[in-house]
Design a protein around this ligand. Structure first.
Ligand SMILES: Nc1nc2c(ncn2[C@@H]2O[C@H](COP(=O)(O)OP(=O)(O)OP(=O)(O)O)[C@@H](O)[C@H]2O)c(=O)[nH]1
Length: 383
């Protein structure tokens, strides 16, 4: 955990495929009081940049554009520089003028490299923290986009929150097919239906482990292990309405699934017509894990299949420690682990949620067991 004198500035990454409605959403977000003091960084790819023409921000927002290349490849260095310069450029009398950052990526970007920069670059991590990845997905064309573009699948898989846009343009059948598909790609992220960009800022902010309210970290909300229903078989009990689907229309009220639909969607988990090769599951370990076992296992796992581990989040019971450790990784890159002051509940098992591509739960479990079995010999050899 970072204990720097100044609170870390939360950064929201807004991603989503080309034309999926990012700018429309952003236009609504920046008008809301929660984002009155936000710094907005817009990344446009290529020479023809239209977003700045469409983007009508309120006078309070500070808008930066970075259009020299795609944020995910060529200008990560620029992002670091922009973020580290910001505090000075936008400060008055030694006080910075923004309390949040929102970065809109290009539609084609694989968000993972940007997330890596935000999670690990020394100049960034000492001032900023990734609050959440918000992904827009067009309800009407989302299925086709997911079929054609693996970037869109990745964007949906690593999201902390999914904004299902253009809700006014979709019929029930198309919508339900997309929802079922998302159950496999990313069962845990809250989903909100959005029309013409209308979404309450509070729904897309404070998605991370630490909130701006300064309250104790809400591990359960962050991990949402209960959403990984795949795990029900392992625990031998039914989790039930594990999904917390939120459907928001322009009046802001909820549309729950009716019973029948809910049933249907549970049973469709494994019979997805489109196999996006994405697996989402929770892996739990009852016994405290020796630190060297964890380090060796994760290192090998990441070096062999790191690219295909889209996201890992977990709370861990480390042998010899009373305090839980939370870890958070995107592909092979991990956020520095944070030690929490106390366990959030009586459940002290280590729990890791994985979102992977072509890596099964079995692979994860087998490697863990293999490492656990050889640990005594490895220790002996090292001694
Ligand atoms: N009918 C309808 N149109 C929408 C909605 N949201 C966005 N649009 C339209 O969809 C088009 C694309 O929206 P943008 O917000 O520019 O999408 P974007 O993701 O920023 O697009 P890129 O910058 O190209 O990646 C625009 O013409 C919007 O007006 C919606 O909820 N309903």
């Amino acid at each position: 955990m970072n204990h720097s004198t100044f609170p870390l500035i939360p950064v929201t990454l807004l991603t989503g495929f080309l034309g999926s409605g990012k700018t429309t959403v952003l236009n609504h977000l920046v008008r809301q009081p929660e984002l009155a003091d936000a710094l907005v960084i817009i990344n446009e790819f290529g020479e023809i940049s239209l977003d700045h023409l469409l983007f009508t921000h309120s006078a309070e927002n500070l808008v930066m554009e970075m259009s020299s290349g795609c944020l995910c490849c060529t200008i990560r260095g620029d992002l670091v520089k922009t973020l580290s310069d910001m505090t000075w450029r936008f400060s008055r009398n030694g006080q910075r003028q923004f309390n949040r950052v929102v970065i809109e990526t290009t539609g084609l970007a694989d968000p993972a490299p940007i997330v890596h920069t935000l999670m690990t670059h020394p100049q960034v991590v000492n001032r900023y923290r990734l609050d959440g990845i918000v992904t827009t997905l067009d309800l009407a064309t989302g299925n086709a986009t997911l079929n054609r573009h693996v970037e869109a699948v990745r964007q949906a898989a690593i999201a902390d929150c999914l904004l299902l846009t253009k809700a006014d343009m979709v019929d029930a059948k198309t919508r339900n097919a997309l929802l079922r598909r998302l159950d496999a790609i990313n069962p845990a992220a809250p989903r909100w239906e959005v029309r013409h960009g209308e979404i309450a800022a509070a729904k897309v902010l404070d998605l991370g482990l630490f909130s701006t309210e300064g309250k104790a970290p809400d591990v359960e909300r962050w991990l949402r292990e209960e959403a990984y229903t795949d795990d029900t078989h392992h625990r031998g009990k039914e989790v039930g309405n594990a999904h917390d689907h939120h459907y928001e229309d322009e009046h802001g009220h909820h549309h729950g699934h009716d019973e029948q639909e809910h049933e249907a969607h549970h049973h469709h988990h494994d019979v997805n017509r489109h196999d996006d090769h994405i697996r989402a599951f929770c892996f739990a370990v009852d016994e405290p894990i020796p630190e060297d076992l964890l380090a060796a296992w994760l290192e090998v796992l990441m070096s062999f299949v790191g690219e295909n581990i889209l996201r890992v989040k977990g709370i861990l019971n480390i042998e010899g420690s009373d305090q839980p450790v939370v870890i958070h990784g995107v592909q092979h890159i991990f956020h520095p682990p944070a030690t929490l002051p106390a366990w959030p509940s009586a459940d002290r098992r280590s729990r890791l949620v994985f979102i992977t591509r072509d890596v099964s739960r079995q692979n994860i479990e087998d490697t863990f067991r293999a490492f656990r079995n050889v640990l005594p010999q490895a220790r002996e050899a090292a001694a």
